[in-house]
Design a protein around this ligand. Structure first.
Ligand SMILES: [Cu+2]
Length: 147
């Protein structure tokens, strides 16, 4: 019993810095500008399985399905859409967090509560609000609410 408690203590102590590291790393990509730092092409955020998977529906118009989702901060959303529809994700105030990725399936982990918009780079664009450019905005936009 004494050995068991010792092992649990070690595992607990080992996980704590790991969790701190995960939450800290989420703020670093915004520090260096859109293309600052490492790879210029955004890659999927590693982490647990996505809470929501979003695909594209190609009917009489192009749309995301679902176009809205609500998750808890720390959860991920996966986009699995055709590569001719590059994905942009913005922070709801116009700052593009992900710009034009076509590396699907693409998973993004939302670490901070807020309202985020995602757009097809052809049929919409990053910006302030759902349809920052009404000329190109044809409904291929959506909203992620992060609590
Ligand atoms: Cu599109």
């Amino acid at each position: 019993m004494k050995n068991f408690l010792f092992i649990v203590t070690l595992v607990g102590a080992g996980l704590f810095p790991l969790l701190i590291g995960t939450s800290c790393s989420s703020s670093s990509p915004t520090g260096g500008g859109m293309y600052g730092g490492g790879s210029p092409i955004p890659t999927s955020t590693p982490g647990p399985a996505a809470a929501v998977t979003i695909s594209a529906v190609f009917g009489s118009s192009y749309q995301f399905s679902p176009s809205t989702a609500t998750i808890t901060h720390g959860q991920s959303v996966q986009w699995n859409i055709a590569t001719i529809h590059p994905l942009n994700i913005d922070d709801g105030s116009g700052t593009c967090l992900v710009s034009g990725t076509t590396a699907f399936p693409y998973t993004y982990t939302f670490m901070t509560a807020g309202t985020y918009h995602f757009h097809c780079g052809v049929h919409s664009s990053c910006g302030n609000g759902m349809c920052p450019n009404p000329t190109t905005c044809t409904g291929m936009v959506g909203t992620i609410t992060v609590n």
